[in-house]
Design a binder for this molecule. Structure first.
Ligand code: GAP
Length: 456
């Protein structure tokens, strides 16, 4: 497209007939390829051959991941008066994990194949070695998933520390601190977003299961008699959060755990599951943790971790309802759900139909021509948008190519500054999904884009 000659907007023939994205490994391959090519996710330490299923989030990935976490924080903390935030330490002493049960229970059963000596998770292989087909294995050994390290210069037993395998325990160990400093009373919650670490035996499926990942967890403390009510309340809230951010209804479901699947602390758990390319799999667990954690920490620490209700003169240990989601895993689900391929103007395009709140850039400002005459106004438009939106600015190549590049990373709106803008004080706003273009006055641009984000 000869962009230098075009003076108004950016012509583009429209013919949005989605032709599907393929499925299964095909989709997975395309999304993984896009993540690398466009700077969402890189293999960690790639120049050294990569490091054991760890990943780095690139310029676009860090925006998307941050937006996922912000959307969660907005729904779980900002818009509520019964939930407060916390950011607890990642390093913690063995006492925490002794009391929580993780030192004894947070294990996977490991077996070695007697023939090819590969090591497997016993519960994942149905008695047959996936490598050589042998059925001879060593006795299963419990393998603890926590990363162990030493705090301080001595590497002796007294210096042992663990990287947290879940953010949840920080909320339990700070229960009284938060209660006293915020004057909250049950039902109330403590929310946290942060890194967790598990020495997974079988990390797999890109960032679905990794050894270092981010969680978004909330512990909601309730009177024991109300636990079932709040469990059901949070199932609905959390399910609707994914729908509201664009996960299609046929790609998400709730699945209640059978009794033999429950974690050591749980009296009831349901998973929010997403239809990944390999089948239904967990995005988030919502559990009724009862008073397991507070009681265990109270017993182990000797501190009182309960609540005195002055209206009934009753002292009780609250039950906990916990919605526990993975931020990195959820980001991957949003990418998979958003990936689409269609045709525009007879040409194939790749488009990420991400919700505007999640898209790495909400707006791209594109001066139609590289000529010096348009740059000052285009930069002025950019600077007026930057306090409100994450923006990209792109002057390289023809306008059609630049639209494609923005479509591919999910930018919902492109703002084109053209020669007419110099005359009429307007710009063209082009919509990612419909490719429709409308003229908007520059002084109403922020309001118009804010209206569109709110309406999404
Ligand atoms: N506090 C409860 C808890 O941690 P979980 O089901 O083990 O529960 C919660 O983890 C969420 O954390 C999972 O639903 C998943 O989204 C995410 N998650 C867990 N292990 C993960 C891993 N190895 N890699 C990426 N995400 C993980």
């Amino acid at each position: 497209m000869p962009d230098e000659e075009v003076t108004t907007g950016a012509p583009e023939t429209e013919s949005d007939e989605p032709n599907g994205t393929g499925s299964g490994s095909d989709l997975m391959e395309k999304v993984v390829g896009l993540c690398k090519r466009r700077g969402f996710i890189f293999q960690s330490a790639e120049i050294y051959g990569g490091f054991r299923s760890t990943y780095d989030y690139g310029p676009l990935g860090v925006n998307l991941l941050r937006n996922v976490k912000n959307a969660w924080w907005e729904a779980m903390v900002q818009r509520r008066d019964d939930v407060v935030g916390l950011d607890a330490a990642v390093l913690s002493p063995p006492a925490v994990w002794q009391a929580s049960g993780h030192l004894s229970n947070f294990t996977d059963p490991l077996v070695d194949c007697r023939k090819c000596h590969q090591r497997w998770r016993q519960d994942k292989i149905d008695g047959v070695c996936p490598n050589c087909g042998s059925t001879g294995f060593t006795e299963a050994r419990a393998f603890n998933l926590m990363f162990k390290t030493h705090a301080g210069p001595l590497e002796d037993e007294g210096a042992v520390a663990y990287l947290r395998p879940e953010t949840a325990q920080g909320m339990f160990t700070n229960f009284v601190n938060v209660l006293q400093t915020t004057r909250k009373k049950p039902p109330f919650g403590i929310a946290q977003v942060g890194k967790s670490f598990r020495n997974e035996i079988t990390p797999q499926n890109f960032v679905f299961r990794t050894r270092e990942f981010e969680q978004m967890e909330m512990e909601y403390f309730v009177p024991p008699a109300d636990a079932q009510h709040w469990f059901e309340y949070w199932l609905a809230e959390r399910f609707n959060w994914y729908l509201g951010l664009g996960i299609p209804e046929d790609k998400i479901r709730l699945r209640h755990h059978d009794a033999d699947e429950l974690s050591h602390y749980s009296a009831g758990t349901a998973d929010v599951e997403f239809l990944f390319p390999w089948g239904w799999d967990e995005l988030e667990g919502i559990a009724n943790r009862t008073d397991f954690d507070l009681s265990a920490h109270a017993a182990a620490s000797g501190e009182k971790l309960d609540y005195f209700d002055p209206t009934t003169n009753e002292r009780y240990t609250p039950y906990v309802i916990e919605p526990a989601a993975g931020a990195t895993r959820t980001m991957m689900a949003f990418l998979l759900a958003a990936f689409d391929e269609d045709e525009v103007g007879g040409e194939a395009r790749t488009v990420l139909r991400l919700h505007p709140k999640l898209a790495p850039y909400q707006v791209a400002v594109l001066p139609l021509s590289k000529k010096d005459t348009l740059e000052p106004l285009a930069r002025q438009v950019l600077h007026s948008l930057q306090p409100h939106f994450m923006c990209d600015y792109d002057v390289t190549q023809g306008i059609g190519k630049r639209y494609r590049r923005q479509d591919e990373v999910g930018t919902p709106w492109c703002v084109t500054v053209d020669f007419e803008s110099l005359e009429d004080g307007g710009v063209t706003v082009r919509d990612r999904d419909t490719t429709a273009q409308v003229r908007v006055p520059i002084d109403g641009l922020v309001a118009e884009l804010q209206r569109r984000v709110s309406a999404a």
